[in-house]
Design a protein around this ligand. Structure first.
Ligand SMILES: [Zn+2]
Length: 316
């Protein structure tokens, strides 16, 4: 696989704006800031396409989809979601899911696909929670099943991918791996194919030892057609909803490790953003930027972030 001339590429749903109430705890600004920063670095950004309601219906219950689409979730469901419902939120969620489908499709063609949103792993068949309306990971895996018969979800967000694990429970061709905080949300966890519940305060070395041992083994064991990577950076020290103590260097090493393991086996890799709630939103953005730079370097060779750089043979 070769990277196309013109540099690194990512999908972004930034064309669909959601204005949250003043003081809302979700850092919506991270998406635009990351997209703008990567654009300055020479990345080519493309709009996340809207996913079809048919593709959503392959994962979510009809009654839930209907309530979301018509902005008529009940108060309890809306509270669990964590966002005030609106037509803009529906459009954003549709793009945020479509971008992950597009990133996986791109990965299957080019080796790497990047979505600067998504990773909404707390969405179940019949409900959303924890800022997740639709489960983009499962929707993407199901939508592209004929091209990628077996998909491994590597979920390294600090919170367990409970929705993903639940949705994949009866699906032998959707394998789930989650590394998360044992004492963190969600307090009632679902069962992934492999769960690693880590203690509060774990640092780079302790965390990376787990991922470095598990990921190559999972790839060898399951031989997936593609990897969907939920690359949440809420593992960073100083994250408001995390309890771990990784550094940005640690996140970069983690992302390099995941990409390197995929590259070694020639497995297509699709990246979804996941969580990140650092007190300083620019730290969240910088962690993603550094991780993505490492991934692109591993998959497509050094210098490929720069627009116009000579394409290198890709190996992911
Ligand atoms: Zn999270």
């Amino acid at each position: 696989m070769t990277y196309p001339a013109g540099g690194a590429h990512a999908f972004t749903p930034r064309h669909v704006r959601v204005d949250l109430p003043l003081g809302h705890r979700f850092p919506m600004a991270k998406y635009d800031r990351l997209a703008a920063r990567l654009e300055r670095d020479g990345w080519h950004l493309e709009r996340s396409p809207s996913v079809s309601w048919e593709a959503l219906a392959a994962v979510h219950d009809a009654a839930y989809l209907d309530a979301v689409r018509t902005v008529s979730l009940d108060a309890r469901a809306e509270r669990r979601l964590g966002f005030p419902q609106s037509h803009a939120l529906v459009q954003r969620s549709v793009a945020s899911t479509g971008g992950t489908v597009a990133a996986l499709a791109r990965a299957l063609g080019q080796g790497l696909g990047v979505h600067l949103a998504g990773g909404t792993h707390h969405a179940f068949a019949d409900r959303g929670e924890g800022f997740c309306v639709f489960n983009d990971l499962v929707v993407a895996a199901r939508a592209l099943r004929t091209r990628a018969p077996r998909v491994l979800v590597i979920d390294l967000d600090v919170h367990q991918g409970n929705g993903t694990a639940d949705l994949a429970a009866d699906d032998p061709d959707l394998i789930t791996y989650s590394v998360h905080g044992e004492r963190n949300y969600p307090f009632q966890k679902s069962r992934s194919d492999l769960d690693r519940a880590l203690p509060d305060g774990i640092d780079d070395d302790g965390y990376l030892a787990v991922v470095a041992a598990d990921v190559p083994r999972l790839l060898a064991e399951h031989a997936p057609s593609a990897v969907l990577y939920q690359a949440g950076v809420d593992v960073l020290a100083g994250d408001r909803f995390g309890r771990m103590a990784l550094t940005i260097d640690g996140v970069e090493a983690r992302d390099r490790l995941v990409a390197g393991a995929c590259a070694q086996r020639g497995i297509p890799l699709a990246y979804a953003l996941g969580g990140g709630y650092h007190r300083d939103v620019d730290v969240t953005v910088e962690a993603h930027r550094r991780g993505l730079e490492a991934i692109v370097e591993v998959c497509h060779g050094p210098g490929s972030v720069v627009s116009g750089a000579a394409p290198m043979p890709g190996v992911c």
